[in-house]
Write a protein that binds this ligand. Structure first.
Ligand code: RUQ
Ligand code: CUA
Length: 651
């Protein structure tokens, strides 16, 4: 770099840095660091005053990442959704992540994010989220904020009651929302009662995060809704709500609301492990896919699995019990001590809280009402710890503050109701604007809630924001719970529909954030380690472009000899080894998306040029003062042309 250039570059960098500070400088930290010599401002280490909040996108298939208490959005993580910003689902490397037994399914309805746990406390390694529609569970790596794995759940009609965890992330659970014939087959829908079944699945999570379906339990054909793992004394158990115990197959709004009580299914998964070890399972033939992203090869891989182990309750005594619970319960939430199991009976006039120790005693004394398909139904009076009266209309979900209080969202009366564990009295209530679904206390479903806030996740906005056409934004509200009275602090809009959310102190995640991919570890088969290895190789009508990027040019940036009818693979390696210096790549008319390549990574996009001519390409991410110069040309000739492949930069 000559001196004049260097000076111009420094001035330009200072201007860019000033711009960054002005526009983005309000980082989620208490004191704004002065920044390094280059003027870059880093997030200063925070305290437990600051949290990351992860919200589900619902039908957007994404996860939203926010700072608390600001409510400002930092990032959208594409999970079950194609995202042109990051080429997720468009790049060749990410396409395998969407493989299922139904083929390539690039969308899902993502409801419940759940942070990995160690000893019942969120540990910040991963966040899981369910795909409700085409039954799947995804695992997002919280060092990269990127989807690392997606596994399909076989023998399931929809995966709503998921991905709740056991205390040490031994298992992710998944229960069928819709019952179907298992294995699936062509039958009359009227034969529901005879043919339709549910499953409860336990997905084993290995030390490195890799998931596999360890076993499933075949259960009566109800709708299994939500779940939570036991903790402390109830570690070893997992709880699942069910509705439609009427087993209706039409007009569920009436027909599935007949029974006074439905059930919480209590599963002894340690017992299940014993039965599996003893070989007391049936092997079902099926097909499901496990897709994972290799961070060194920078590539997703897909593998099909063909069998699954299924436990039948009749053959496995002690495996599962039903706890009668009024009335079409939705959420099921276990308090920090692991003793209390609160149910959101969405049509009930009370919040029912079951007692784990009473349940164990009732099992021991065989206090059963009846048995359904080998599953003993415990007596309501024998398992109930208490009922919270006057909980508002339509109680859905409960979170805990670790100080002896539960907070329940009531959808119909649109409020949060605070109640005391043990006395079961309501001590405070606050309206939510409007129609709250889930709610989240940081750590509020773990053994160690961090408390401080409850976040209301609301379905309807009405007058809270500027109108945006027929659909208004969904929204979250931040409420202070540090005093006796709940206090509304802030409204903030969310991306997609927030169902569940999880929050974790910023400190736990910040220090693990990945900054670059070391280029020497890049083992992408089409990656290059230096600009001198950039090349263009023709193999019949397939052309591989091994391309590099560094501020502020591509190699090669002039390519000739491409023909109409070619299939051109651009394998683009970003050689930068600096934090926050991705480069983009886009070709005029490419029927696809851009690429946004992280420092040290390689990504591939395919182009099939349709017409001869000259095609510019450029970097899509403003990467330096000379970003606009980061561009190139491709010459496309006719099908039969004899223009040879040539390429280069700066010749
Ligand atoms: S469920 S509120 Cu998936 Cu309650 Cu959304
Ligand atoms: Cu690289 Cu802009």
């Amino acid at each position: 770099m000559n001196r004049r250039y260097l000076k111009a570059f420094l001035v330009a960098s200072a201007v860019v840095a000033a711009f960054v500070v002005l526009h983005y400088g309000c980082q989620e930290s208490k004191d704004l660091a002065a920044g390094d010599e280059a003027g870059r401002v880093y997030v200063a280490p925070g305290t437990y005053d600051e949290f990351y909040l992860f919200t589900s996108g619902g039908f957007s298939g994404q996860i939203g990442v926010y700072g608390l208490p600001s409510g400002r959005m930092f990032r959208v993580i594409p999970v079950f959704s194609q995202d042109p910003e990051k080429a997720w689902g468009y790049s060749e490397e990410s396409k395998p992540m969407f493989m299922t037994s139904h083929g390539f399914v690039p969308w899902d309805d993502a409801h419940h994010p759940k942070l990995s746990q160690t000893d019942g406390v969120a540990d910040g390694r991963w966040i899981f989220i369910n795909g409700n529609n085409t039954p799947r569970v995804a695992r997002v790596d919280l060092t990269t904020f990127k989807t690392a794995e997606i596994i399909e759940i076989p023998n399931s009609g929809g995966n709503h009651g998921s991905p709740f965890l056991t205390e040490n992330t031994e298992y992710v659970v998944a229960s069928t929302r819709f019952s179907i014939p298992i294995p699936n087959k062509d039958v009359s829908i009227d034969s529901y009662k005879e043919n339709f079944k549910g499953t409860i699945s336990f997905v084993k999570v290995a030390k490195d995060g890799a998931m596999d379906v360890a076993f499933q339990i075949l259960v009566p054909g109800f709708n299994y809704d939500l779940a939570h793992g036991g903790k402390g004394p109830s570690h070893g158990w997992a709880f699942f709500t069910s509705y439609n115990t009427e087993q209706a197959n039409t007009l569920l709004e009436v027909n599935a609301s007949q029974n006074d009580k439905d059930f919480i299914a209590a599963v002894n998964w340690k017992k299940a492990e014993e039965y599996v070890a003893q070989g007391k399972f049936k092997t079902f033939n099926t097909s499901y896919f496990r897709n994972y992203f290799d961070e060194k090869k920078h590539m997703g891989f897909s593998e099909e699995k063909k069998t699954v182990k299924v436990l039948i309750p009749e053959e496995c005594p002690g495996l599962i019990y039903y706890l009668p619970t009024p009335k079409s319960p939705h959420g099921v939430d276990v308090d920090p001590t692991g003793e209390y199991i609160a149910a959101g009976g969405k049509l009930a006039s009370v919040i029912v809280v079951h007692s784990y120790s009473k349940m164990m005693k009732a099992i021991e004394n065989k206090e059963f009402e009846t048995t359904i398909d080998g599953i003993p139904v415990l007596k309501y009076e024998s398992v109930i710890a208490g009922e919270v009266n006057n909980p508002g209309l339509g109680p859905l979900h409960t979170e805990f503050d670790g100080n002896g209080y539960g907070y329940t969202s009531s959808f119909i009366s649109s409020e949060i109701v605070k109640w005391k564990i043990g006395t079961w009295e309501v001590v405070d209530r606050i309206p939510a604007y409007y129609s709250i679904g889930h709610l989240c206390v940081p750590g509020g479903d773990t053994k160690k809630p961090w408390g401080k806030y409850v976040i209301a996740l609301n379905k309807i906005t009405k007058d809270r924001y500027l109108p945006t056409g027929p659909e208004l934004t969904q929204s979250a509200q931040l409420i202070d719970i540090s005093g006796d009275k709940m206090k509304l602090l802030l409204d903030f809009p969310t991306i997609g529909e927030p169902h569940y959310a999880q929050a974790i102190p910023a400190d736990i995640l910040m220090k693990n954030s990945k900054k670059i991919y070391p280029i020497e570890e890049n083992s992408h088969p089409y990656g290059i380690k230096a600009e001198k290895n950039a090349r263009v190789v023709r193999e019949g009508n397939v052309v591989h472009v091994y391309m590099s990027q560094i501020r502020t040019h591509f190699a090669p940036d002039n390519i000739e000899g491409i023909k109409v009818g070619d299939v051109v693979y651009f394998h683009v390696t970003n050689l930068e080894q600096d934090w926050d210096i991705p480069h983009g790549f886009a070709v005029k008319g490419m029927q696809n998306s851009e690429l946004l390549i992280m420092p040290g990574a390689t990504e591939t996009i395919v182009w099939t040029p349709q017409k001869e001519g000259i095609y510019p390409f450029y970097c899509t991410d403003f990467c330096s003062a000379l970003h606009q110069e980061m561009s190139g040309y491709i010459r496309v000739s006719s099908r039969g042309s004899d223009v040879a492949i040539t390429y280069g930069t700066g010749k």
